[in-house]
Design a protein around this ligand. Structure first.
Ligand code: DP6
Length: 388
């Protein structure tokens, strides 16, 4: 932070998180107090993150926010405006309490890919604003981020993070379960699925589920708490099989609630369901759980797996989801582009046997239905970016 003649400038970056116990439904809308606890893994910021710069300067007349180059409408009830005002009202530095701010925020991954960017975005906004206005308490910033977008409260911490639902602004809070160094072999591969359809947003979708789905109420009272304890222990003990089983069941149950919503919500598409079948067939063939899928409010698959299985999984995905240029006379298929961590090592397992097994189980090849892959790991929480 540089402070000279009442000018403050802070840049920070914050990570994306992918829930394995899903948040779906609010008890209280404005402060985003959820109906059930949830738990997520924080992804490595080297591969995916939001970067936000906050400038506070006496010459700035109005608050403004630019997201990926576009100015946003900061109307009085917008979550970002409420966040700015809340943090400004809490600043311990009196001079800053009357000064306006210009905020510039960018994602290092394509927002158009439909990947949950709001968690990283609001976490980064809370963290950068907090540091600019002199508030650094991580739990407090996490609560402020929560009021922007619920899942953002988990992105204030690295590793695996539990969001305790609580019942009001003070008691609904995120806590780290283990840090990013606890399970160094854990990896995440995201399959960015080709899909033109615009889904109903998480906020609208969950509001509709709360109103109409009896399964949502049943899950919140009867299922989540036990699963949460089991998956926490699986993470602490680095028990991938247990972790994977709960992750997949949770994803399936969340999408079952979406179907139970009236009218129903369809976030998964044919490619998503194909990926689900492939994961189960791989696990069955190997006789051990090697991959766990989870899907949020869209068709993209997030695969949790251990490091040694990443090349095998990517090889199989390349086989069943090739990129084919139908305009080229040769019609050669290309491997999917992989963003993030490079994978130079070949698969330790001969994938031909697995591919044959999948083919004999009637798994079809779906050309051009995955756009690219993001290969990443579990990472740390938000950080300040120091300027030279
Ligand atoms: C399916 O945090 O985007 O990704 O609080 O309304 O902004 P709002 O919703 P949001 O919902 C995320 C839902 C989810 C599951 C999860 O991340 O836990």
């Amino acid at each position: 932070m540089s402070k000279l003649n009442m000018k403050v400038s802070v840049t920070a970056k914050a990570p994306v998180n992918i829930a394995v116990i899903k948040y779906w439904g609010k008890q209280q809308d404005k402060l985003k107090i959820p109906i059930n606890d949830s738990l997520s893994g924080t992804l490595n910021m080297d591969d995916m993150c939001t970067t936000t710069s906050v400038l506070i300067d006496e010459t700035i007349k109005e608050d403004s926010l630019y997201l990926n180059g576009e100015e946003q409408n900061l109307h009085e009830s917008s979550p970002a405006k409420l966040m700015i005002e809340r943090i400004r009202s809490m600043t311990p530095i009196e001079e800053l309490s009357k000064m306006k701010t210009k905020i510039v925020s960018n994602n290092n991954f394509p927002t158009a890919a439909g990947l949950a960017s709001s968690a990283a975005g609001y976490a980064c906004l809370a963290f950068a604003l907090g540091h600019a206005y002199g508030i650094q308490d991580q739990t407090l910033l996490s609560k402020i981020a929560r009021a922007g977008s619920g899942s953002a409260c988990r992105s204030l911490f690295g590793g695996f993070v539990h969001w305790i639902r609580g019942s009001d602004h003070d008691t609904s809070l995120a806590r780290q379960v283990v840090d990013e160094n606890h399970w160094p072999d854990m990896r995440v591969v995201i399959c960015v699925v080709n899909d033109a359809k615009k889904e109903i947003s998480s906020s609208l979708g969950m509001a509709q589920s709360v109103k109409t789905s009896p399964l949502l109420q049943y899950r919140a009272t009867k299922i989540v708490q036990e699963r949460l304890e089991t998956i926490k222990n699986a993470i602490i003990e680095r028990d991938f099989e247990k972790f994977a089983e709960i992750t997949m069941k949770e994803s399936n149950e969340f999408h079952a609630i979406c179907l139970d919503t009236f009218p129903p919500i369809f976030y998964l598409n044919e490619t998503s369901r194909h990926i689900i079948s492939i994961c189960h067939l791989i696990n069955q063939y190997i006789g051990q759980t090697k991959v766990a899928y989870t899907f949020d409010a869209g068709p993209n698959a997030c695969i949790y797996l251990l490091k040694d299985f990443v090349p095998t999984f990517i090889g199989i995905i390349n086989h069943f989801f090739p990129l084919v240029d139908h305009n080229s006379s040769s019609m050669v298929s290309k491997s999917l582009h992989i963003r993030g961590r490079p994978h130079h090592e070949p698969s330790a397992i001969d994938i031909n046997h697995i591919v044959d097994h999948l083919k004999s189980s009637n798994v079809r090849i779906l050309q051009n239905s995955i756009r690219y892959l993001i290969s990443t790991s579990i990472g740390g929480g938000p950080e300040l970016v120091l300027s030279d």
